[in-house]
Design a protein around this ligand. Sequence first.
Ligand SMILES: NC(=O)C1=CN([C@@H]2O[C@H](COP(=O)(O)OP(=O)(O)OC[C@H]3O[C@@H](n4cnc5c(N)ncnc54)[C@H](O)[C@@H]3O)[C@@H](O)[C@H]2O)C=CC1
Ligand SMILES: O=C(CO)COP(=O)(O)O
Length: 329
Amino acid sequence: MGVRATVMGAGAWGTAFAMILATAGNEVTLWARRPEIAEGINNTGCNPDYLTGTHLPGVTATADPDAALTGAEVVVLAVPAQQLRANLAGWTMPAEAIVVSLAKGIEVGTLQTMGQVVHEHGILRDRITVVSGPNLADEIAARQPATTVVAGWDRAVAEQVGAVCRTPWFRPYTSIDVIGCEIAGATKNAIALAVGMGMGRGFGANSMASLITRGLAESTRLGESLGADPHTFAGLAGMGDLVATCMSPLSRNRSFGEHLGRGLSVAEATTASRGVAEGVRSSTSILALAHRQDVEMPIVERVVQVLAGELSPDEAIRTLMARETKPER
Ligand SMILES: NC(=O)C1=CN([C@@H]2O[C@H](COP(=O)(O)OP(=O)(O)OC[C@H]3O[C@@H](n4cnc5c(N)ncnc54)[C@H](O)[C@@H]3O)[C@@H](O)[C@H]2O)C=CC1
Ligand SMILES: O=C(CO)COP(=O)(O)O
């Protein structure tokens, strides 16, 4: 028996998630900010801007947030991290709905995770869940097998969301480590920028593996300082997502880093990007969070310096390699 589910945000991941929900037998409404996107979906059955060849049977689109939200039992938030708070302020959330956050980022200024932003908006913690894992939208849209983690403060609610978004090719696991999944999801984008920079400089698998592994170590340190379970970082939302993102040319964050590594400016890389690369804004807030928590994050620090134009990718790599020798753990 399906539920009435609404996805707020018709970018790549919002569109693919709407397709998952419809395939799983739910009644799905997809809110698009731009009316022409909603019209395109309703008229052709495909999103004209994102995942363009993907058919979305059973998905009805609208550009009216009230129409989208009225009566929804599950509300999926799929707008970029830095835009979530402003969007929530203009929306009337259904009183009893379960909320699912898809964005992978840390809010600039408040240093809050998306779950915290949603909670601050007045949603009870027990009704908030986040989805995070190795989920490149293009592959999900092509119905390639993938797994993910649905994390919620209330395990039963996470299980409910897991059941609602389960399809033959999309297998959700559940977790109660919301903060761990969110920190893992946000930091992997910053690490993917670093990996991309290395690839843009022409480096191979050794460099990539070194950055992934040490990136995971600093991500885990930050998570633990905030009360996360370190095991989460070895799981799908941690290592799983990091590997998928850093290995795939489909990743916007890795591609953005590659552009920087090849000598493009941040502005040029932004123009070349085919969607939001969350790590570009969130690297700064992740580093600020690390400073607040007194946690060392040398890779993220170098990424922030490159994005700010204070270091070249070559200098970033050189200074990372010049750090003092120390025990691995
Ligand atoms: N694309 C992917 O493979 C995955 C993305 N994510 C995360 O999901 C979140 C959304 O990403 P995507 O859908 O991929 O991004 P996208 O770049 O494909 O689309 C962004 C969407 O947000 C809309 N948007 C932009 N500014 C807005 C604003 N001010 N107010 C409302 N809507 C606005 C755009 O019109 C577009 O529909 C990000 O946090 C991303 O890290 C997570 C897993 C997979
Ligand atoms: O989060 C993602 C895969 O899990 C998508 O990564 P990008 O945002 O870098 O494309």
